[in-house]
Design a protein around this ligand. Structure first.
Ligand code: HEC
Ligand code: HEC
Length: 225
């Protein structure tokens, strides 16, 4: 077997393995764990009742699995070479879970349907001090970005309707609580959240957003569909 051929077989094998690892998530097992261990904050169907907790219904199975692995890896004794995400509210919760458990949870929440939060009529104060229509600004940032300060359109990755791109592990955004979106964009901007990979894609995007743009785009996303 020549070398290139062998490498191709190995690569195909890896793709096959990762695809089946995802397909192996067991929705029924995930549901039992979700009801017992996640529902207090995220509700049993992932549509968290309080804006203090993100909705996790239908974010995308692959994205959810990645977040669970990152949250688990942030526990004491985690692998320093792999990405981490600190969620204090979930401390200890995933520590003793197997990777299969995480796959089951991701499979279950991945097939739930996210309910919209709804956007509000708001005014936001831009850097010049002027107050502008927040919904209009949010729609503009989401759909076209901002040429002046180099913000790319969110729709390019998160899709025009905010549904994300499940195979690429770009999360669904539409319907999420605006407070949570604001918190994440500020965390990417300050570097408190770093699990967006070596490309630092969300840290780059967020570093260019003003406070007014963050408030506006988060409000717009809450009602996007
Ligand atoms: C005590 C409350 C609490 C419990 C219980 C809890 N979570 Fe969370 N979870 C949170 C909070 C708060 C966040 C958001 C943290 C932040 O702001 O970054 C979060 C974030 C997440 C995220 C990332 C969401 C995103 O959009 O990136 C996932 C996935 C998640 N939780 C899954 C679970 C699962 C699965 C369980 C059950 C095994 C669970 N959580 C139990 C509070 C909780
Ligand atoms: C080039 C692709 C790309 C662009 C453009 C992009 N994003 Fe993202 N976004 C991602 C990826 C990838 C992630 C997941 C990072 C991870 O795995 O933790 C993400 C995650 C997020 C999250 C966290 C979601 C959650 O549930 O915690 C928010 C909020 C977000 N993006 C908002 C935006 C907004 C607003 C814009 C436009 C101003 C934008 N993104 C533009 C790729 C992109």
């Amino acid at each position: 077997m020549n070398n290139l051929f062998r490498k191709t077989i190995v690569a195909l094998g890896l793709i096959g393995a990762s695809a089946s690892a995802l397909a192996d998530g067991n929705v029924e097992n995930g549901k039992a764990m979700a009801e017992a261990e996640c529902s207090a904050c995220h509700s049993a169907d992932g549509n968290s009742a309080s804006p203090m907790f993100p909705k996790i219904a239908g974010l995308g199975e692959k994205y959810i699995l990645k977040q669970l692995r990152d949250i688990q890896n942030a526990e004491e004794g985690g692998d320093p070479k792999k990405s981490k995400r600190v969620v204090n509210e979930m401390a200890g919760l995933l520590k003793n879970k197997s990777d299969q458990d995480l796959q089951d949870l991701a499979a279950y929440f991945g097939v739930q349907t996210m309910q919209l939060s709804g956007a509000q009529e708001i005014q936001v104060q831009v850097n010049s001090g002027e107050k502008v229509d927040g919904l209009k600004l949010g729609a503009k940032v989401y759909r076209s970005g901002n040429l002046e300060n180099g913000v790319p359109a969110c729709s390019g990755c998160h899709s025009p309707r905010g549904l994300g791109n499940a195979p690429a592990s770009y999360p669904r955004l539409s319907g999420q609580y605006p407070d949570y979106i604001v918190k994440q964009l500020k965390a990417f901007r300050s570097g408190d959240r770093t699990n967006d990979g070596d490309t630092k894609v969300m840290r780059m995007v967020a570093s260019k957003l003003s406070d007014a743009e963050i408030t506006a785009v988060a409000n717009f996303i809450a009602g996007l569909h």
